[in-house]
Design a protein around this ligand. Structure first.
Ligand SMILES: [Zn+2]
Length: 237
């Protein structure tokens, strides 16, 4: 029985160690997810700016097409003017040309505005691109570092799991079942030490009779308060 208790104690140590390793692993995963999310946001932002820029370019192109058409109209009207016979017609074409010239000035101004906006946007895109590139490099580096740490943790978990299997093989299945369900119910602690008349798992006083049985260590004793399997740890000497 003493052997079994020792094995249970070892089992709990290993399981608690595995718990910590897995929690650390989970933390790393969360950290990685956060980093990737940050990267995703930066990429989306950049894509948004590029789309905005493409739209401005498209609008600029349309204005330029309009401007070219206006200039063509002016040229055509000027050519036609040479063949005009009446004064009335001459004046009408003259008015058309004036209106078209006014239109070209407006279009040129609008095109200039677009160019200014496009330039500003391109500067912003260049700056965001370079910070994204930097972020991507950092992320790749951090990802590699975290992966190495994760692999290392996994190796420890695997080693602990092997040790755990070796111990559980030696213990009766019913005891393992009890141990596992206690661990679930008692936040990972299925085993509690008893010292000076107390269960250190729940800090409750243990009946003296029970404490005496613990000394003999010839059966598995549970704490009457928290149900954990008790192991006697008296201060020796
Ligand atoms: Zn207890």
């Amino acid at each position: 029985m003493k052997k079994r208790l020792e094995m249970l104690e070892q089992l709990q140590e290993i399981d608690l160690q595995i718990d910590v390793l897995k929690k650390t692993q989970g933390g790393f995963h969360d950290e990685m997810t956060e980093i990737e999310q940050g990267l995703g946001v930066a990429r989306e932002e950049l894509a948004g700016l590029k789309a905005k820029c493409a739209l401005l370019e498209q609008e600029k192109l349309e204005l330029e097409t309009g401007l070219a058409a206006e200039r063509e109209n002016i040229q055509r009207s000027e050519t036609n003017m040479k063949e005009i016979k009446t004064n009335k017609e001459f004046q009408a074409v003259g008015r058309e040309i004036t209106a078209a010239r006014k239109q070209t000035v407006e279009l040129e101004e609008q095109i200039l505005q677009k160019i200014t906006k496009i330039d500003e946007l391109n500067d912003e895109i260049a700056s965001k691109s370079s910070s994204l590139e930097e972020l991507e490099q950092n992320t790749a580096q951090r990802r590699n570092e975290k992966q190495a740490e994760l692999d290392n943790l996994q190796q420890n978990i695997d080693a602990d799991t092997t040790r755990r299997e070796e111990i559980t093989k030696e213990l009766p299945a019913s005891l393992i079942k009890r141990y596992n369900s206690l661990r679930e119910q008692r936040r990972g602690y299925a085993i509690a030490f008893a010292r000076d008349g107390y269960c250190l798992g729940c800090n409750m006083n243990l009946p003296p009779q029970l404490f005496n049985t613990l000394y003999r260590a010839d059966e598995l004793i549970s704490c009457p308060h928290c149900q954990r399997v008790l192991i006697l740890k008296q201060n020796q000497g």
